[in-house]
Design a protein around this ligand. Structure first.
Ligand SMILES: NC(=O)c1ccc[n+]([C@@H]2O[C@H](COP(=O)([O-])OP(=O)(O)OC[C@H]3O[C@@H](n4cnc5c(N)ncnc54)[C@H](OP(=O)(O)O)[C@@H]3O)[C@@H](O)[C@H]2O)c1
Length: 261
């Protein structure tokens, strides 16, 4: 008999991750919920009971060395098979790079990039052996250009986008799909945590709702799309940077990442 399959969602305690949990539970999938805040994960698991699915809470700080490996072992020891891997946990920071604490910038790379790579590798191996699995990596429209005043964050999402596309190509025909979803500005805890909530990007209106963004990403994953950008205007923006001079692109991103005068 094959082991019970689950959807593993990182960053499930808030924002998009919480919405993903509801979508998978609605469709009858058992879950592994990961984030640092165990109490919030437990409360979510309780709310998901209405769907009659099992939600395993596994609190981990994925920016710490060894956390992804520990999570993998915890899931193996429960005899669970990860059929869906949603690498959603992530955060940003705002300000001139040299004025931001270096520890936080490194932590961001560890979470947004290193943990994502390690989880893709560990669970991807098992998916390929089973010839079945779906990986959903959450990047951002930030991944399409450099972002002065959010330099590390934009670069981390460019990494996620490039890495995910390459992995999707390598896994063609294997039964495993990789989808990179790119939200634009979305109403979650992200902007406040990143100190970016007063930026032009978040103040100009058109901030998407988390449930709509998560539903779009979920559908793109089910369809096996490789890259999906949420929202027509966001899509236009990601395409226009391909033709615009890079100096112009950098200046526009810098303006959006700072407060209006
Ligand atoms: N909101 C936007 O405008 C936007 C736009 C584009 C892309 N995104 C991306 O969407 C993803 C989800 O963000 P969100 O908007 O939903 O933000 P959010 O509301 O701040 O949620 C972030 C989640 O990540 C978890 N997390 C943070 N640090 C962690 C760590 N070290 N280890 C494990 N979990 C950690 C948080 O939980 P704990 O604090 O409990 O650990 C939380 O559950 C991120 O990758 C973000 O970059 C967001």
């Amino acid at each position: 008999m094959s082991p019970p399959s689950v959807a593993l969602i990182t960053g499930a305690s808030a924002g998009l991750g919480e919405q993903f949990a509801h979508l998978f539970a609605r469709d009858g999938h058992d879950l592994v919920l990961v984030a640092r805040n165990e109490a919030r994960l437990e409360a979510l698991a309780e709310r998901l009971r209405v769907h009659k699915v099992k939600a395993h809470v596994m609190a981990e700080d994925l920016s710490r060395p060894g956390a992804a490996a520990r999570l993998f072992e915890r899931i193996k020891s429960k005899g669970l098979a990860v059929e869906f891997l949603v690498n959603n946990a992530g955060f940003g920071s705002t300000g001139p790079f040299l004025d931001l604490p270096v520890e936080k910038e490194v932590e961001m790379v560890e979470l947004n990039c290193t943990a994502l790579v390690e989880l893709c590798h560990r669970f991807g191996h098992e998916m390929r052996a089973r010839k079945s699995g779906r990986i959903l990596n959450i990047a951002s429209t930030a991944g399409f250009q450099p972002g002065p005043f959010m330099a590390t964050y934009f670069a981390s999402k460019a990494f996620v986008l490039s890495f995910s596309e390459a992995l999707a190509h390598e896994l063609q025909g294997s039964g495993v799909t990789v989808t990179c979803h790119c939200p634009g500005a979305t109403a979650t805890e992200f902007a406040r945590r990143a100190g970016n909530d007063e930026s032009r990007l978040f103040q100009r209106g058109g901030v998407a709702k988390a449930d709509a963004v998560a539903a779009h990403a979920y559908e793109a994953m089910l369809q096996g799309e490789v890259v999906a950008v949420h929202g027509f205007l966001n899509w236009v923006a990601t395409q226009s940077v391909r033709l615009s001079p890079r100096a112009v692109v950098r200046s526009i991103a810098a303006a959006l990442n700072t407060r209006p005068e």
